[in-house]
Design a protein around this ligand. Structure first.
Ligand code: NAD
Length: 260
C-alpha cells in the first residue's frame, strides 16, 4: 500500500513510534528511524526492521530538543532515502509537577521536544510534499490535547498546541494532496507507562492491577491500556489512500476519556 513512499517517524526507537514505524515498513514504506537509544541498539533495530520487511531503513540520533538537529534529521531522511512523503511527529516527553514547582528548564525542554520539533520538522518537509502534491503529516498529540489533568500543565499546553498547529497546517494545504491530523491517544501500554505503573504501585502500596484501574486509568472509562500496535494501524489508515479526505482533525483513540 505504501510501496515507494518514504516515512520519517520521530522518537521511533520505542513505544508508539516504533509500532508506527514497523506498521509503515510492513506496508512497503522506507523508514527513517530516530530516537535516543545507544548506537549499537539502534543499529540492531534498523538492520532487523530492514531485513524483516525488505525495505530501506535508516536511523539518525537527532536530539529533537534542538531546532538545528530536527532540520538535520529531515535533511538526512531526504539525502539517504530520497524524499519524505510521510512525517509522523511522535517524540514526546512528560514531567509531572505543580505549576509553581515546575522546573523552568523542564518547561523549555518539554516545549522544545513536544511542540517546537513538530514545527521545525513540518517546515522542513512541506516544500518537498508540495512539489510532489502528496503528503501525510500525523502528529501524535494526546487526550491531553483535548482535555487537561492537574500537575501536567506544560504537557497539556504542548499537546493542545500540537492540535491547533495540525489544524492550521491542514487549512494551509487543504487544496493539495497533503493531509495533516493530530491523533489523541489515551493511555497506551509502552515501556514509559509500564514504569509508571510499577512506581505508582510502590507509592500507593497497592497491587499493580488496582493501580492501573484506580490511579493510572482513573480518567479512562474503558479501564484498559490501548496497545501501540492498534494506534499504529490507525496512523496507517491516515497514511493510506482511504485517508485522503481526513485532514485537520483531532482524532481521539482514548477508551472514551474525552466523551465526558
Ligand atoms: P516512549 O518514551 O516509549 O518513546 C518516546 C520516543 O521518543 C523514544 O523513541 C525516545 O527515544 C524519543 N525521544 C524522546 N526525547 C527525544 C529527543 N530529545 N530526541 C529524540 N528522540 C527523543 O513514549 P511513548 O509512550 O511511545 O510516547 C510517544 C508519543 O505519544 C509522545 O508524544 C507521547 O506524548 C504520546 N502519547 C503517549 C501516551 C502513552 O500512554 N504512552 C498517551 C498519549 C500520548
Amino acid at each position: 500500500m505504501l510501496s515507494g513512499k518514504v516515512a520519517l517517524v520521530t522518537g521511533s526507537t520505542s513505544g508508539i513510534g516504533l509500532a508506527v514505524a514497523r506498521a509503515l515498513a510492513r506496508n512497503g514504506a522506507s523508514v527513517m528511524l530516530n530516537g535516543s537509544r545507544p548506537a549499537a541498539e539502534a543499529e540492531g533495530l534498523r538492520a532487523a526492521m530492514a531485513a524483516e520487511f525488505g525495505v530501506k531503513v535508516a536511523y539518525t540520533s537527532a536530539d529533537l530538543a534542538d531546532a538545528a538537529s530536527v532540520r538535520a534529521l529531515a535533511a538526512a531522511a531526504e539525502k539517504q532515502l530520497g524524499v519524505v512523503d510521510i512525517l509522523v511527529n511522535n517524540a514526546g516527553i512528560q514531567h509531572v509537577a505543580a505549576v509553581d514547582e515546575f522546573p523552568e528548564e523542564k518547561w523549555d525542554q518539554l516545549i522544545a521536544i513536544n511542540l517546537s520539533s513538530v514545527f521545525h520538522a513540518t517546515k522542513a518537509v512541506l516544500p518537498g510534499m508540495k512539489a510532489r502534491n502528496w503528503g501525510r503529516i500525523v502528529n501524535i498529540a494526546s487526550a491531553h490535547g483535548l482535555v487537561a489533568s492537574p500537575f501536567k500543565a506544560p504537557y497539556t499546553a504542548s499537546k493542545h498546541a500540537v492540535v491547533g498547529f495540525s489544524k492550521a497546517v491542514a487549512l494551509e494545504v487543504a487544496e493539495t494532496g497533503i493531509t495533516c491530523n493530530a491523533v489523541c491517544p489515551g493511555y497506551v501500554r509502552t515501556p514509559l507507562v509500564e514504569k509508571q505503573v510499577a512506581a505508582q504501585a510502590k507509592v500507593h502500596n497497592l497491587p499493580e492491577d488496582q493501580v492501573i484501574r484506580d490511579v493510572i486509568l482513573a480518567a479512562q472509562p474503558n479501564k484498559r491500556f490501548l496497545e501501540a500496535d492498534d494506534l499504529a494501524e490507525f496512523v496507517l489508515f491516515l497514511c493510506s489512500p482511504a485517508g485522503a479526505g481526513m485532514t485537520g482533525a483531532a482524532l481521539p483513540m482514548d477508551g472514551a476519556w474525552t466523551a465526558r
